[in-house]
Design a protein around this ligand. Sequence first.
Ligand code: NDP
Length: 400
Amino acid sequence: MANVLCVLYDDPADMYPPSYARDDIPKIERYPDGQATPTPEAIDFRPGELLGSVSGELGLRKFLEENGHRFVVTSDKDGPDSTFERELPEAEIVISQPFWPAYLTAERIAKAPNLKLAVTAGIGSDHVDLEAAIERRITVTEVTYCNSISVAEHVVMAILALVRNYIPSHQWVLKGGWNIADCVSRSYDLEGMQVGTFAAGRIGLGVLRRLKPFEVGLHYTDRHRLPAEVEEELGVTFHADAESLVSVCDVVTINAPLHPETEHLFDDELIGKMKRGAYLVNTARGKICDRDAIVRALESGQLAGYAGDVWFPQPAPRDHPWRTMPNHGMTPHISGSSLSAQARYAAGVREILECWFDRRPIREEYLVVDRGQLAGVGAHSYSTGDARAGSDEAARFGAV
Ligand code: NDP
């Protein structure tokens, strides 16, 4: 019998289940690189249901309880009196989503002597102190590719929203106005602009592919170069570093994991090397940007717009300056949690748990840490070290 502790975001304010806008979602069996979507032996939910909130339970309760496990689901994750901290000492498995992360700091890992497996229901395991997990030989997994295309779609939407000044124009309609001049005085065409991605992994490459038909110049930097035939097919220019990339781009999108190499990379200095009036879209992790440098750049006009869905910490305190800075298109962390993505990551978590309980190997591409070292996607895309300093500020969300 295992104690499984799962942290999910709150249910909708109105009701659970919500009334759904559509009756089904497309069935996708393979990702663009050929990797199969999750293949659990069974699922106990209907794809398209809201699974990522507390009552959705990732569709796992029946499976876990029928197999004799104890399953605790909560959204109460921050601070020493939270349900999460109370349950942690008994937990063998912790499941958390990046959208509402249960920060697994070294201190919390020390309070969890039974913890053996940390599952990220999504992609991005930066909420776990990977060094502490390595030391304690805790296996860390994520559901690689489950929502990469969901995010790539959000990036394209955010770029178009900023460049074309969509959000303020929509607001004029809500206000009862017809202020065309106000709307268009910050509105441009994307066509002909230079667009670059910081990192061309699954999301970054998905963004490049989606933007190619827009007749833009494409650019990227990454630790590993794309295959020559992909560079040729997309007509994309490789840059050796972020400085070179940002100096030529009108639009930059950030698509790397948060780890010590990328923490606060977009600071005053790097943003100062961007073209005046460039747009920055960050759906990767809030902490890759220096919070106050972004505000300063929007206020001075160095950046014409900033958008994305990732903040630090999460949930962002009510007085977080990104809520009120000028010319932004921020949302809560939603891009990787569409109903379509939820069906994949819930099935992926089920697949990981089935493997864990049956002592079968977990897919290599889902591994971040295994047997005391970075493994699988973790070995390719992450570095060790701690990028969680300050995460306890998330407890202020309810208080402010
Ligand atoms: P991938 O692992 O496919 O891609 C990450 C890429 O980042 C890799 O190509 C990696 O390089 C590159 N990279 C890592 N460190 C650096 C660095 N220092 N400099 C340049 N490139 C670097 O992951 P995904 O594309 O699927 O996801 C990327 C990130 O997006 C996730 O880690 C997560 O933080 C975030 N995300 C956000 C979501 C949301 O809902 N907003 C949902 C899903 C993901 P290489 O492997 O070549 O070394």
